[in-house]
Design a protein around this ligand. Structure first.
Ligand code: SAJ
Length: 428
């Protein structure tokens, strides 16, 4: 039977396209007219390998369509999915307005026997305490009259299609029938194992545990890097050696943690724990450590420039990469932004190269997007993003002989042997 999906973003659109490709009729609902128009003309508003082809094919086959009219879409289907964004506000509190508004729209068209699946990342307890009460305003009872399941999306941006069709999927429902029904739907699109958990809140918690695990471990790697800096130990060499231990997997230090997930999801745990009278010192400190990293990179640049008799003030600095990670066009929560702000505050002239991120995103930061050669012809080059094409940078391309390489993608020795001063986070 047909499916309605609220949210045609980074996760919603690939899910819609995959379900449509599996032979189901899928209607995507989005508040953004431009997104709806693009999808209906077979285009993808999101840069994601393989996605545009799939959207084009499924739209042409009449399996996928998009609309802003949620009520008629909901009335025509038996399964409704919520895959809308859940950011945090300036107080690092979850902003669930998109989930609330999708739930209200679903409530208006909800029928007996419908299955509602929530995929948006939410503070644990949200399905039970917020989504279901809204849906029950329809006078239908969750579990008895309609089914509810939660399944977190865990696909990695830039590899979304592959991971959506291969990763294990965790599903928890309000009852076992809800869980089973949702599971059989996802079986259509994934070869990965389907793990059914006890209930909604367990499934909600799993997602936050995963991303908090990553964020906390990256914070540990970053803190270890800062200690290595004071000791003259190369942290990358030390981590490679340590990771030969069969039970150790130290993550990679860098300029900080960006993206829409790892830098946000831990705050959902902090928030829900606080409401229940629990402090979360480890999780909070990890966030702080990662958020401090751009400042540490500025400090490293400052030191290196001083060693050459210069200062940040008055120097020209070339930033390589503003995307939050390699080979993506996404600059949400990127550590490059605070880094650039601090360099500008200290009086540097900053130019920026990123082959993926659009100039419209970069210009409001008060810096000029330039080509790579221009960025390399500066007093100090700071490599922020591990785009693959930066791996081809050679020592002679660093015109003024100084690079701060915050990602382990260039060989330190090669640069040093050729007279370039090569610094990094934990690589003094
Ligand atoms: N980073 C480091 N050091 C590392 C690993 C990453 O500094 O060792 C940085 C990256 O450069 C980047 C940030 O952390 O700035 C996050 O990058 P990522 O590739 O680890 O994660 P995301 O945000 O692209 O996707 C994550 C994934 N979650 C996990 O790996 C646990 C993905 O599976 C989730 O679906 C996604 O978040 C999400 O939607 O929650």
């Amino acid at each position: 039977s047909p499916i309605a999906i609220f949210g045609l973003g980074h996760m919603g659109l690939p899910t819609a396209a995959l379900l449509a490709k599996s032979g189901l009729k899928v209607v995507g609902i989005d508040i953004n007219n431009k997104t709806v128009e693009m999808v209906n003309s077979g285009q993808s508003p999101i840069m994601e390998p393989g996605l545009e082809e799939m959207v084009k094919e499924t739209v042409e086959n009449n399996c996928l369509s998009a609309t802003t009219d949620s009520l008629s879409a909901v009335q025509e289907v038996r399964t409704i999915m919520i895959i809308v964004p859940t950011p945090v506000d300036e107080h690092k509190e979850s902003d669930l307005s998109a989930v609330i508004s999708a739930s209200q729209s679903i409530m208006e068209g909800l029928k007996e026997g419908d299955l509602v699946i929530i995929e948006s990342t939410v503070p644990p307890g949200t399905c039970e305490n917020m989504v279901i009460p809204i849906l029950e305003k329809s006078d239908l009872k969750a579990g008895k009259d309609f089914k509810v399941a939660y399944t977190p999306e865990r696909a990695l941006p830039n590899n979304t299609i592959f991971e959506m069709t291969h990763n294990a999927r965790v599903i928890g429902g309000i009852d076992s029938e809800s869980t089973r029904k949702a599971a059989s739907l996802y079986q259509r699109i994934t070869e990965g194992e389907i793990i059914m958990v006890q209930d909604l809140v367990t499934a909600e918690m799993v997602k936050l545990m995963e991303n908090t695990y990553r964020d906390t471990n990256i914070a540990l790697a970053n803190e270890l890097a800062l200690i290595c800096d004071t000791l003259g130990v190369d942290v990358i060499e030390a981590i490679r050696a340590a990771n030969h231990h069969p039970r150790v997997n130290i993550h990679t230090p860098g300029p900080g943690v960006g993206g829409h997930c790892l830098s946000i999801d831990p705050y959902f745990l902090v928030e829900i724990a606080r409401q229940r009278g629990r402090e979360t010192p480890l999780i909070k400190t990890s966030r702080q450590v990662n958020e401090e990293m751009p400042r540490e990179v500025v400090r490293i640049a400052q030191q290196a420039l001083e060693d050459m008799g210069k200062t940040i003030q008055g120097s020209k600095i070339g930033v390589l990469g503003v995307a939050y990670k390699g080979n993506v066009a996404d600059a949400r929560e990127t550590p490059a932004k605070p880094l650039i702000e601090q360099l500008l505050n200290q009086g540097a002239e900053v130019v920026v190269n990123d082959p993926y991120v659009s100039p419209e995103i970069i210009k409001p930061w008060g810096v000029q997007p330039v080509d790579m050669d221009t960025a390399l012809d500066t007093d100090c080059v700071i490599l922020v993003t591990d785009h693959d094409l930066y791996r081809d940078i050679k020592p002679e391309m660093i015109k003024n002989g100084l690079i701060i390489c915050t990602r382990p993608i260039l060989d330190k020795e090669t640069f040093q042997e050729n007279g370039v001063i090569f610094k990094g986070v934990g690589r003094s």
